[in-house]
Design a protein around this ligand. Sequence first.
Ligand code: C5P
Length: 285
Amino acid sequence: RAFLYRLWKGNVSSKMLNPRLQKAMRDYLAANKHGVRFRGPRAARRSRAQLLCELRRRAQVRTLDGTEAPFAALGWRRLVPAVPLSQLHPRGLRTCAVVMSAGAILNSSLGEEIDSHDAVLRFNSAPTRGYEKDVGNRTTMRIINSQWYKKPDYNLFTPYIQHRQRNPNQPFYILHPKFIWQLWDIIQENTKEKIQPNPPSSGFIGILIMMSLCREVHVYEYIPSIRQTELCHYHELYYDAACTLGAYHPLLYEKLLVQRLNMGTQGDLHRKGKVVLPGFQAVQC
Ligand code: C5P
């Protein structure tokens, strides 16, 4: 619990994680499987307002549009949705919910509040049926990672092509790796410790996508509430602290950054696991 109280205040370091998670982090740093090099400055102590402006300026959502190699030559310009993600809601969305799949959302009774937003983002195969009281039943968007998308971690292109052909009217995008790694840079620049050299979690990516589409973003059970346990997902009996605190993903550092941006109340954070963030349209720079 002491760890949780410190996380709510933004006052934790990886040294406070259990030894297994610390070792996993060290191993990922040593392996550096994506060959990440970071030359930028670290831990510039930016204010909340400065951070928001930095994010608005640099965290512009990008998806594959089929104009770049090798996709252009493969006819992807006609394969990707004609309407870009940024134009899907041309008049913008007012408030949006980002619903993490964490076990801590069980018994939250947040369903009604979640469904009251203009749009609801969920992740991977997270179900609503049978969990409506806690997670709601509306889903406007999903972020699917390439592990979930028909299994293979690497070959996501063939299933993407098939899915586009079978569901041409469903706006379904592949995020551009430049967007993902730009987010990684921003996390590292604003963190004193060396973060894992692996992509940010889909939770963090989803939060930033919604900040670009909505005037206000309500994030549920990303920074854990008082209900926190090691239950990884609300829909699965599997326990692992890494799901909430990270091993592969720089999840702890993402959460510390999001904690700094929170404009919601401490009560909502503790009881609902809720963080409130302004959308980029609502940020004055
Ligand atoms: O596990 P999955 O990738 O489907 O979860 C989606 C996102 O929710 C993760 O990328 C992570 O950011 C967040 N999450 C979390 N704590 C958990 C489970 C998921 O913060 N216990």
